[in-house]
Write a protein that binds this ligand. Sequence first.
Ligand code: 5GP
Length: 183
Amino acid sequence: MSEKVFFSYDEIHQLVADSSHQIQKLDLDCMIAIGGGGFIPGRMLRSYTKLPLYSVSMKLYGEDDEIHQEEPVVFQWIDEHAEKEVRGKNILIVDEVDDTRLTLDHCVRRIREFEPKSITVYVIHSKDKEKRGTLGEDVKLVVGQYIKDVWINYPWESKDIQNHTIIAREQSETGVKEKYVLN
Ligand code: 5GP
C-alpha cells in the first residue's frame, strides 16, 4: 500500500450526498456515528436526512502499534439518555471506512444490546479485501464507494488542508483515483 489516495471535503460531501438518496428511502429513526472518522460524514448525512445523530468513540489499534487489539477499545459509548432514544429503533451506524470490518463488527454487536428494530451501516468507503469482521445477515450495508486496498487520506486528518485539496484534485484529474475506485 505505497500510494495514498486523497479525498477533498467537496468529494466526500458529494459522495455522502449521493448516498443520501438511497438512505432516505430506508425506514430509519436515528444515526450513531463512530468517532473519530464517522463524525463528519454523520454530520453531513444529517443535513440530508434530518435524523438525530448520536456518537460513540472507539479505536482499533493497528498491527504496527505497540498494543495490538483484536477488538477496538471503546472510549465513549451511548449514555442513559441516548439509550432511551435508540433502544428498539431503526438505527443507522455511520463510519468513514470499512477496512478489516473489526470496528463495525464490534459496534454492531454492542448496538444489538439495544434490541434495535433494524441496523443499517453506512460507510463512505469500503475496501475490496477479505474482511476479518462480520456484520450479520440482518444488517444492511450501504457503501458510498468501493475502493481497492489502498490507504485513504481524509481531509479532516490533514495538517495542511490547502495542499491536501490540491493533491486530491490532481489525483482526480490525472486518473490516479480511477485506478483505485471500483464504482
Ligand atoms: P477497520 O479495520 O476496523 O474496518 O477500520 C478501523 C479504522 O481504521 C477505521 O474506522 C479508520 O478510522 C481506520 N482506517 C482503516 N483504513 C483506513 C484508511 O485507508 N484511511 C484512514 N484514514 N483510516 C483508515
